[in-house]
Write a protein that binds this ligand. Structure first.
Ligand SMILES: [Zn+2]
Ligand SMILES: [Zn+2]
Length: 249
């Protein structure tokens, strides 16, 4: 298998998703070995990594705040989830990247993004928060899934699950109600729109669940999901997303 992969990548070298330059496998250290990421080292470095963020919810903070602190919103009211990590800020090239993943259904994007997230998990999430019992990709309503045929959070979870041998439990929770798109709604409208949208269907014994999402905007969706998981006796809920939107204005 490994030999076949090597052979293939020599015959068909990958191109950087951003600049189209031919890339050799980008070497990012991590315990699961080299990562198969179609992003060249220069473009990877230039991406808006979300390194300066709220210690609890991963909301991007201003560059001049250099200590890991709580954001203003968490200071007011802590979210239902126990921790949040986000690989990037939702800006610049990352907007296009997520858009390609979501709407072009490109599996190469899912693989590269999944592998980049894997680096984040190995370096930060696991050492700081411990190992989750399962991954929970944010569920789409079944009609939305049928329409789209692709759940981007599921696809990136597959990459992570396989490498880390953490199971995905997509059936634990269903999206029981079709919600209108959260785009264009303010934080309060989003909370109202998503309330009771999910239902835990499988009685599980998970103590620690890691929610996987593509973009976290205000956090109302993952917060609602965390709230119902906690209600069903999950003790610890974390959130990992590809990108987190900075506060507007
Ligand atoms: Zn590049
Ligand atoms: Zn926060």
């Amino acid at each position: 298998m490994e030999f076949a992969q090597k052979l293939l990548s020599n015959l068909f070298p990958s191109r950087c998703l951003f600049c189209q330059k031919t890339v050799n496998t980008l070497t990012v250290s991590g315990s699961s070995g080299n990562k198969n990421i179609d992003v060249c080292a220069d473009c990877y470095k230039d991406l808006p990594h979300n390194s300066n963020c709220c210690i609890r919810c991963a909301l991007p903070l201003a560059e001049d705040i250099n200590n890991k602190v709580l954001c203003g919103r968490c200071l007011q009211k802590l979210p239902a989830f126990d921790y949040g990590y986000s690989l990037f800020r939702y800006e610049d090239d990352v907007i296009g990247l997520v858009h390609q993943l979501k709407f072009a259904e490109k599996i190469s994007y899912a693989r590269s993004i999944g592998e980049m997230l894997l680096t984040k998990i190995e370096r930060e999430v696991l050492p700081e928060q411990g190992r989750p019992d399962c991954l929970l990709p944010v569920p789409l309503h079944r009609s939305r899934l049928r329409q789209r045929g692709f759940n981007q959070s599921m696809e990136i979870s597959r990459i992570i699950a396989k490498k880390l041998e953490i199971p995905i439990d997509y059936d634990a929770v269903v999206r029981q109600r079709i919600t209108v798109s959260q785009t264009g709604l303010n934080a309060q409208q989003r909370r109202k729109n998503i309330k009771d949208a999910f239902r835990v269907v499988v009685d599980n014994n998970y103590k620690h669940v890691l929610i996987i999402d593509d973009v976290v905007t205000t956090g109302s969706t993952v917060n609602e999901l965390a709230r119902i998981l906690k209600k069903s006796k999950v003790e610890r809920v974390g959130v990992l997303s590809i990108a987190r939107a900075p506060v507007k204005g």
